[in-house]
Ligand binder design. Structure first.
Ligand code: GDP
Ligand code: MG
Length: 467
């Protein structure tokens, strides 16, 4: 991997752990002066100083300029290039509270460090060529992953699964470009007709097919990163909020026997057998004169449109009402899969007494009898949801996937360039070369080689401080 040429020569410092109280907090330093700065404020409990010692981990105290002890610490030293940033990195592990961390951070600044910008450690790892942009962005996904599958997807990206695909395509295209440019530079040579030989044409088309496959992974990437949006809908009082709470195992939404209780849209994260989901409770769908409730119903409709999966809740104790029917008709034309949930099954004596749903306009991917009150049927419902979402993602978490809009946008542009290249096969080689250069440029924006600085800046600014 080639490093960008920017020179970073100062030493940065930041608190690497979240604010609040905890057993331990970490102040992190990176840069050419990291070890010297840490050595100036650290008194080792052994005779060896930080600068002399060969040990990676030292016990001692941080002291201020007057030699007053500030905190008891462990200092971890990671000399370049074997560190997160590839620079000298020092971590000071102190007591986890605002007092010690702030005092130690201040001391590092007094001794010549500069306060790091958000994401600046990762940015240095990128600028120093240790990771590319895909891997840098995967670091945020690792931090934010809420389920095992999200974490697996982020880990795969951080390990370079997607990067290798992009680099592979760039290498192939760079070789083709070299062949074409040779013809442009030496047009008098005899091998001009060989320019458009079958192997070159086939390689270009292979590359395009590869891009098409990768473009379809963007949906899976979004689902693993953000989680699928599951909307709970139904007419008032069928038990949507009760189901929402039961699935979350939390009393998050207010439940009452009064129709029209839920007026706002509530959203919480749900872990479905490792797959992340965002569960949304909505206002019951009905005609209403109440202004607030009507806004709630409009929001429920908006949620329906953006949902990846819909839980259509019905009351199993009564046959479908006209309101149920109207909602079913609204759902039927959507392309979103709808799962029919027959709630309040605890009130049904025998299964035979339950209304048959066959006359409701479907199709439904499944019908699940549940009781939000007793919890009966919820495991089966969760299994259905997980199975459906797994099918939605269509690929295992550790496959190469696009996870961000800007990656998809760049790959689309790269693909469009190759399509044009295909039409230019019979035209002058200069045109062909131009399109391939543009393809390389667009692909490089994904991995960071050709990404404009202001976009890089925005990406790293979205990181937390100290990462
Ligand atoms: N017996 C029984 N009652 C339920 C069940 N689910 C909800 N309810 C009751 O139905 C009423 C409406 O529930 P709620 O969750 O607020 O419905 P929502 O308007 O669809 O959100 C409340 O009195 C709940 O206690 C269930 O599974 N069994
Ligand atoms: Mg409700």
């Amino acid at each position: 991997m080639t490093a960008r040429s920017e020179q970073v020569d100062d030493t940065i410092a930041a608190i690497a752990t979240p604010p609040g109280e905890g057993g331990v907090a970490i102040v992190r330093l990176s840069g050419p002066e990291a070890i010297q700065i840490a050595a100036r404020l650290f008194r080792s409990s052994t005779s060896r100083s930080l600068a002399q010692s060969k040990r990676p981990l030292l016990h001692g105290h941080v002291v201020d300029a007057q030699g007053q002890r500030l905190d008891e610490v462990l200092v971890l030293r990671m000399p370049a290039p074997h560190s997160y940033t590839r620079e000298d990195v020092v971590e000071i592990h102190c007591h986890g509270g605002a007092g010690p961390v702030n005092a130690i951070l201040e001391e590092t600044l007094q001794q010549g460090a500069r306060l790091a910008q958000p994401g600046e450690f990762t940015q240095r790892a990128f600028l120093n060529g240790r990771i590319d942009l895909v891997q840098a962005e995967a670091v945020i996904d690792q931090i934010r992953a809420r389920t095992r599958d999200s974490l697996r997807a982020a880990n795969a990206a951080a390990e370079g699964v997607l990067s290798r695909e992009i680099h592979g395509m760039r290498d192939t295209l760079a070789q083709l470009l070299a062949r074409i440019e040779a013809v442009v530079d030496f047009p008098e040579e005899d091998d001009v007709p060989e320019l458009l030989d079958a192997s070159l044409v086939a390689a270009l088309r292979d590359c395009r097919t590869h891009m098409e496959r990768l473009l379809t992974s963007a949906e899976a990437g979004r689902l693993y990163r953000e989680g699928a949006l599951i909307a709970i809908v139904g007419r008032p009082n069928v038990g949507k909020s009760s189901l929402f709470n039961a699935l979350l195992r939390d009393n998050r939404a207010i439940v009452t026997a009064t129709a029209g209780t839920t007026r706002d849209r509530l959203e919480e994260t749900l872990n479905l057998q490792g797959i992340p989901a965002r569960l949304v409770d909505t206002a019951g769908m009905r005609q209403t004169e109440d202004e607030i409730e009507r806004i709630g119903v409009d929001r429920a409709r908006d949620t329906l449109r953006s949902a990846d999966l819909i839980l259509f809740v019905l009351d199993a104790t009564t046959p479908p009402t006209p309101e149920d029917r109207q909602l079913a008709e609204e759902l039927a034309p959507l392309e979103t899969p709808v799962l029919c949930v027959w709630n309040k099954y605890d009130l049904i004596d025998s299964a035979a007494a339950a209304p048959t749903p066959t006359d409701l306009p479907g199709p439904f991917i499944a019908e699940c009898p549940v009781s939000a009150l007793t919890g009966a049927g919820l495991d089966a419902l969760e299994a259905q949801l997980a199975q459906q979402l797994r099918g939605n993602t269509g690929m295992a978490a550790d496959q190469p996937m696009l996870t961000r809009a800007h990656q998809k946008d760049s790959l689309r542009r790269a693909h469009a360039c190759l399509l044009r290249a295909d039409e230019l096969l019979d035209a002058s080689p200069e045109f062909l070369a131009f399109e391939i250069q543009e393809t390389l440029q667009a692909l490089g924006e994904i991995t960071g080689e050709t990404t404009p600085d202001e976009i890089l800046g925005t990406i790293f600014a979205s990181f937390c401080i100290g990462k």
